[in-house]
Design a protein around this ligand. Sequence first.
Ligand SMILES: [Zn+2]
Length: 255
Amino acid sequence: MMFRTAFLIVCLVFALPASGAEDPGRVLFTYGGWEGHEPESYRDLLVPWLQGEGFEVIVADSLEPYADAELMQSIDLVVQIWTMGTITGDQLNGLLTAVENGMGIAGWHGGLGDSFRLAQRYEYMIGGQWVEHPGNDGIPYRVNITDHEDPITRGLADFDVVSEQYYMHVDPNNKVLATTTFNGDHDYWVRDAVIPVVWKRKFGEGRVFYTSLGHKPHVYEIPEALTILQRGILWASRSKYEETPNLISPLYPSR
Ligand SMILES: [Zn+2]
């Protein structure tokens, strides 16, 4: 009941219907988990933008909506910032089922890529899991755009970031759009390691978009970073309305 009350209050504040715009769909924005990733700041950054794009946005500071099958059927996209949390079996099943059925999911950094460490099917869906950020915050590094054809990264040049450089374990079949190379200043043995920064994939019929950028919101003051995040979110929101080709993009030779 406590959740219901809080959830409804949040809905009243944020679920302002877009007027006059074409209806691009319904987004569930879930925020919570570890406070160091500033879930409230990201809520305030992205919810107004989503509304400006014409989405109806349901904002929840709980994972409980994931277990509400009727609600989840009506959602076109989940945008989630939830780091180092725990998810119940019902919530996880609800989320995975909705994505399998065509709901998109999009997010960044630990809010999507380090959400529920014990939920291996969640990681199977996302296509990666954070394991380290050598040297912690304040690392200068370059993001290399490796796919110049994909609409999410088309027209963008490489750019520099000072933040956490995420070292991730990733599904080698993700369609990777950008990478970063480690210089070995911290954890010398990973010098020259190339790790994805942006990828897209499918899970069932649902589109999955992820970028490891964004330990703090200031990273999204970099225009290229914000463009990638916004394009990725919009792309993921369209699973139910647009055909998605097979995105399997194997890193290793098959024979
Ligand atoms: Zn972080």
